[in-house]
Write a protein of this length. Sequence first.
Length: 358
Amino acid sequence: MRVFSIIVIILLGAVLLHDNAYAQNDAGPVKIKINRIVFERENSYALYVPSFEFHVFFQQEFNILRSAITADYDYRRQDMGFGMSHAFYKYIVTPGITIEDNLYFREVFSDSTGIWNRAQSITPFLSHKVNGNTSVGMEFKIQREWSPNRRMGAQIINSQDRSLKIYYLYKKKHTTDYEQFLGYLSFERAYQIFNGDFNYLLLELFVRQATELNKSIRFKNVFSYKGNLTPQTSPLIFLGGHSNLIGYENDEFWGKKVFYMQNLLELKPFPNFEFSINKAQFRRLALLCQFDIGQVRGAPDFADLKPQNMDIKMGGGIGFGVNTDLPYMPQTDLHIMIASPVDRSDLKFYAGFGGWIK
């Protein structure tokens, strides 16, 4: 598939070399959710309390078509989203399309907008599996958004976002189902074409390593960076919460460039330990420790919102808890954790099932 690789290289050059000199208004596209990245092909679901977040990913394969649906709901913040994707996976180059509709409620989304934001997008894509572990692809996103002006709530700001993304994905499983390495690199360039309003260039790097030393000890490390490489109006990227910076409020920090690291340790003192409550049988019990570090750069300071005080905002959180399985569902994690920022005493309680981290 040399032809496809050449096309990807040409488009990558177009993404990186496109002129950055366009002037833009102060309204930026919707904030980027970095709470999870789903590269797994397996069906998955998760529920977290006390926020009562629910996430589901369901996939079904047919003769030549693979279809997937995603649904997300956050009861406390009233966020909700739905998406579907279809791909003709039997071909050497896989064509497909993804459709999403998301509604968020936040104080801020950009320099001008806040309270709520609705984003609808259609994303045609092409992907190619180079070998058993490596995939490359490109996506063209067509998105429109609505959000009220933060200073004049009756005024609705409508924006259009047109962007091209080139990505590289490497995923390798080791000797057990738990052990795996995943690496993801992408460049996403927004264009002022077809009524597009933005001209940013986003770089995203995501690395995840899961290791199982023995029956008693396993750990997972995550590194993530996402940021705008141009001085143009940028999507706001939010950080904070159980999924990327434990111990902090959800989306406590925001800015143009965000990175975070997670270090998760699971210790099973008695690997073959089983216990029961009434007739419910639990097949394992593990101790958990999670330590996260995150940093935000280029955070705008809005006069009518709590300022972030500095261009660079950094935080660290640590949590401890226990992990077991749901009765009658031995492959489903059930975890309970207590966590706090390292620089202040502010305990947070986390619980959920469907995976300690996804």
